[in-house]
Design a binder for this molecule. Structure first.
Ligand SMILES: Cc1cc2nc3c(=O)[nH]c(=O)nc-3n(C[C@H](O)[C@H](O)[C@H](O)COP(=O)(O)OP(=O)(O)OC[C@H]3O[C@@H](n4cnc5c(N)ncnc54)[C@H](O)[C@@H]3O)c2cc1C
Length: 503
């Protein structure tokens, strides 16, 4: 009997391990790992979503007469038990670029299976390359991997194999109480993909930065990609078939969307090549810059959506309720906390991860570090919360939705109530300090101070000495400036390894 070990690949279509294993009798396994349940990055949203994914997967597999075992325990122990009970000859799975604990888990599993002389056949799920030697050739390999043929659903097994009852009650993961977070499972994933490519995505390029429009105009595929309900190759091929070719908006949107899908693997490759970025600054030259300046009052206000900056608070409250916020607003939340509040990226990352339904370690740690300016190779982006508010929510609609205590303010005052004439506030029945906090920092002073500090660090030899190594290892080769970066001197060079509209 073959065993298919499901991890972050909860689908039956375009699933190579399942397809290959199904040529012989096979069973499927998902392990609820205590290390995952107790991990600081795991939140209730993830458990609810996983529950829905597993129930969905189970019913798809049942149609193919493939039983899904869901067991709780350390991966090596569970595998040992299943291999023993079911006389397993081969284990099939996808490679996973996860957290440090999953990396160590894989080493243990590998040693155990080798010891038992059971082949472990692993396939790539993304275009992420293990032990990548040369970043220069990665783009080409990535494109080949993503454009490959899709794997069909598994072969139907001749008879339903009887298994012992699952020891883990999937329902116990947590039941949803409302519809605020996205629904898990492949059915929901396919529906989301289709609605995006048929209707919602037409103005993606135009609407993706505003939190008002992004929720509908962005694909909302991220949790389905992170849990593997859809494969990147299948999304890539769906893009090619979608949209009217003579429609300017569709053409532009699909191009912008395709480039985001491209970034997915680019970021995960960084974690694969350097797992330490889960814990440490990409550029060690920044060590010591913020570590001793942690202000717990600032952190508390930021994490509770009580900073006194309406757009920041609206974004945080919306994220905590729905498990999602668009890219620009994620960047704003992190940039504000990193610069104006001068908080280290690690506690920010730990706090945000359980709320991001789409938590994907490779993207998450890289983005947190980029947005807080500690890579030393990316352009420093210090977003002004007031400017972003005016640009992305000019009438204050998003703010009114999530910060209802300000809903009676006029369209001008709502972005920075602390700057509004007291008379305006009084007329609207809003008293700062009573109904809504005063800003926890002076917007201009905190911005100027942070700017001075970050640029001083950025220019210092202790930071610049690492730049060339980081560029060699991690930077995108898509950029037309890249050849310049091969030069020895990195003096004033900013590595714009990011799409223009995301900068
Ligand atoms: C601080 C911070 C943390 C982030 N953490 C995560 C995370 O844990 N998981 C995650 O999937 N994305 C993360 N992102 C990237 C991005 O914000 C989300 O992928 C996006 O908002 C998800 O919504 P969507 O699926 O509608 O995106 P769309 O705009 O429709 O993009 C489609 C897909 O492309 C990929 N993608 C989009 N933008 C990026 C990007 N900048 N980098 C890499 N891949 C991208 C995602 O897989 C996404 O689902 C983070 C961004 C920031 C600034």
């Amino acid at each position: 009997m073959n065993l298919v070990w499901f991890k972050n690949d909860l689908r039956i279509f375009d699933h190579r391990p399942l397809w290959e294993a199904s040529h012989e009798p096979c069973i499927a396994l998902y392990i609820i790992e205590p290390l995952w349940l107790d991990d600081i990055h795991t939140g209730l949203f993830h458990k609810i979503f996983l529950r829905e994914c597993l129930l969905d997967l189970k019913s798809y597999l049942k149609q193919k007469n493939i039983p899904l075992l869901v067991l709780q325990g350390e991966a090596k122990d569970v595998l040992a038990q299943v291999i023993h009970n079911h006389n397993i000859k081969k284990v099939y799975s996808h490679q996973q670029t996860g957290l440090y604990w999953s990396f160590k888990r894989d080493l243990k599993v590998k040693a155990f299976l080798e010891d038992q002389e059971i082949p472990w056949i692993e396939y790539k799920q993304f275009a992420v390359v293990r032990k990548l030697k040369n970043r220069d050739t990665w783009n080409k390999r990535r494109d080949e991997i993503i454009a490959r043929e899709l794997y069909p659903e598994p072969k139907k097994q001749k008879r339903q194999i009887d298994l012992e009852k699952s020891f883990f009650d999937i329902e116990a993961l947590g039941e949803r109480k409302n519809e605020s977070i996205q629904f898990g499972g492949r059915k929901a994933a396919v529906k989301t993909l289709n609605s995006f490519l048929e209707r919602r995505g037409r103005f993606y390029y135009r609407d993706l930065s505003s939190p008002l429009t992004a929720a509908d105009s962005c694909s909302r595929l991220s949790p389905y990609i992170s849990f593997g309900c859809l494969s990147l190759s299948e999304i890539n091929q769906a893009i090619r078939k979608a949209g009217s070719l003579d429609d300017f908006h569709w053409k532009r949107s699909l191009k912008a969307f395709e480039s985001r899908i491209w970034w997915h693997c680019h970021f995960i490759q960084k974690l694969e090549s350097e797992p330490e970025i889960e814990f440490e600054n990409v550029n060690p030259g920044f060590n010591g810059m913020r570590e001793n300046d942690f202000n717990s009052e600032y952190f508390k206000a930021w994490s509770q959506g009580q900073t006194g900056f309406p757009m920041i608070d609206a974004c945080m409250r919306s994220l905590r309720e729905t498990g999602w916020i668009n890219f620009r607003m994620r960047a704003l939340l992190v940039s504000f906390a990193s610069y104006q509040l001068w908080l280290h990226w690690k506690p920010l990352s730990d706090f945000l991860a359980p709320y991001f339904l789409d938590f994907e370690p490779g993207i998450h740690f890289s983005q947190l570090q980029m947005q807080s300016g500690v890579t030393g190779i990316n352009t420093i982006r210090m977003y002004s919360p007031i400017k972003q508010s005016l640009d992305q929510d000019p009438k204050g609609e998003f703010i009114r939705r999530w910060v209802p205590e300000l809903s009676r303010l006029d369209d001008q005052s709502i972005h920075a109530p602390f700057d509004a004439p007291v008379m305006f506030l009084t007329m609207s029945g809003v008293e700062l300090g009573r109904d809504y906090p005063f800003p926890i920092v002076d917007p201009k002073k905190s911005y100027d101070e942070a700017k001075e500090k970050i640029y001083a660090w950025r220019k210092s030899p202790q930071v610049t000495q690492f730049a060339s190594g980081i560029i060699q290892k991690h930077a995108s080769r898509k950029n037309k400036f890249f050849p310049i970066q091969h030069r020895k001197s990195f003096g004033n060079l900013d590595c714009h390894n990011y799409p223009k509209d995301e900068e």
